[in-house]
Design a protein around this ligand. Structure first.
Ligand code: NIG
Length: 393
């Protein structure tokens, strides 16, 4: 395949030890990055694309979404804005709509959500099941997701469906449901929270998934202090997500582990929870990721531009820290981060970084300066998106 040289890059955010290269250039070929450096030193390529003086970042790595759903919960959101608290029970509303929607409608909804994500500079997407909550519906969600996104997470333990007995439901989740979903998924997740699943139940679910070859990740410490963080660290989870209510021991446990803390700024705003302490986590040496948490209950947006900008504005991250969390941080949460040679731990092209050997996932901003992600909130930010060298938006 022919090589392509991208020039006219005001700021090239490599998200690597090479930092930001002013007046940079990138050469891609066969879906990976072949060369990165100052434009003045760029070797020749078969064709050239002039980015017109814009900033270029790695594509966003959105490591936490719930994209397989149907239905609407705008009234629930409106009630929350009028003072109601968020409660896990709303998941059942989406469960009913999702079960009724059928394969074709769910597939079309997912495809549109992926197009929206690409249009906002996202190039890598994890998504979860968790709105089917019976074996047939969870397996369908996983199968649809596996055909369209990078990583699929089994979240049968999102909520005990209304009317079901918790122990009987968990027997199903850890038995026939897991059997049906596992062939389509890489990850096992649990909503370890008041109103959803307690520590013991969560451990059971995660261990069952691990026994089937799925790797753990956890929804934890979203609505109050709890055992999600400690459980995630204990089981070697790749990530624990939300982390709004964490204490000193949780931070210490994360800092001495490989578990990523994934913060979800849009969700925090939409649920009016205190923002996750991203600044404190970084200062303590914890690996941080930022994700959108697209879902109809707590975060109805896939805009990583918004999430990263909000992390700068409201979570007190520097621009570089926030970009890193939305790119290589997300990649680490999915075990797609660069291990030093442009490859991830499984020897695939790494995501979330612009180094030789990594995936040719480029996000060309509308602006010359990436700080505009925070400086110009709500303005169009994505000019073009390339995934594995192919333009997707
Ligand atoms: O990550 N917290 C659990 N799951 C979703 C919300 C699900 C819903 O309310 O529909 C989340 O915020």
């Amino acid at each position: 395949m022919s090589s392509t040289l991208f020039t006219g890059i005001s700021e090239l955010h490599t998200v690597s030890e090479r930092g930001v290269i002013n007046n940079g250039a990138v050469i891609i070929q066969d879906g990976t990055i072949q060369w990165v450096g100052p434009a003045a030193e760029a070797p020749a390529a078969d064709q050239e694309i002039d980015c017109g003086g814009r900033a270029v970042l790695p594509g966003w790595v959105d490591s936490h979404t719930h994209m397989i759903f149907a239905g609407d919960r705008s009234q629930e959101f409106a009630a929350r804005m009028a003072g109601e608290d968020y409660a896990a029970g709303g998941i059942a509303v989406t469960m009913n709509a999702t079960r009724e929607a059928g394969e074709h409608a769910l597939t079309e909804l997912l495809k549109q959500r992926i197009r929206d994500a690409h249009a906002g500079g996202t190039t890598t997407i994890e998504t979860k099941t968790g709105y089917g909550l019976d074996t047939q519906s969870e397996a369908l969600a996983a199968r649809i997701a596996a055909a369209h996104v990078d990583d699929v997470t089994f979240l049968g333990a999102h909520l005990v469906p209304p009317g079901a007995d918790p122990d009987t439901y968990l027997d199903e989740v850890c038995g026939p449901m897991l059997d049906a979903v596992a062939p389509h998924a890489q990850w096992i997740d649990v909503f370890c929270e008041r109103g959803a699943f307690n520590e013991e139940q969560s451990r059971r679910v995660l261990r069952a998934g691990q026994a089937r070859g799925l790797k753990p990740r956890v929804h934890g410490n979203q609505l109050g202090e709890g055992s999600g963080v400690q459980l995630a660290v204990e089981l070697g989870a790749a990530s624990v997500d939300h982390v709004n209510y964490i204490n000193a021991e949780d931070i210490e446990a994360l800092a001495s582990s490989n578990t990523v803390a994934t913060v979800l700024p849009a969700c925090d705003l939409s649920t009016r929870q205190p923002l996750a302490p991203a600044r404190t986590l970084i200062d303590a040496g914890v690996h941080l990721a930022i994700a959108s948490n697209l879902n109809p209950g707590t975060s109805y947006t896939s805009s990583m531009n918004f999430c990263v900008g909000t992390a700068v504005l409201q979570m007190h991250l520097s621009l570089e820290e926030a970009i890193r969390a939305g790119t290589s941080g997300g990649a680490r949460a999915l075990e797609r981060h660069d291990t030093g040679n442009g490859l991830d731990p499984h020897r695939r092209p790494a995501k979330g970084t612009l180094v030789e050997g990594a995936a040719a996932d480029l996000h060309i901003l509308c602006s010359a300066h990436a700080i505009d992600l925070a400086y110009r909130p709500g303005m169009p930010m994505t000019h073009q998106t390339y995934r594995a060298g192919r333009r997707v938006a």
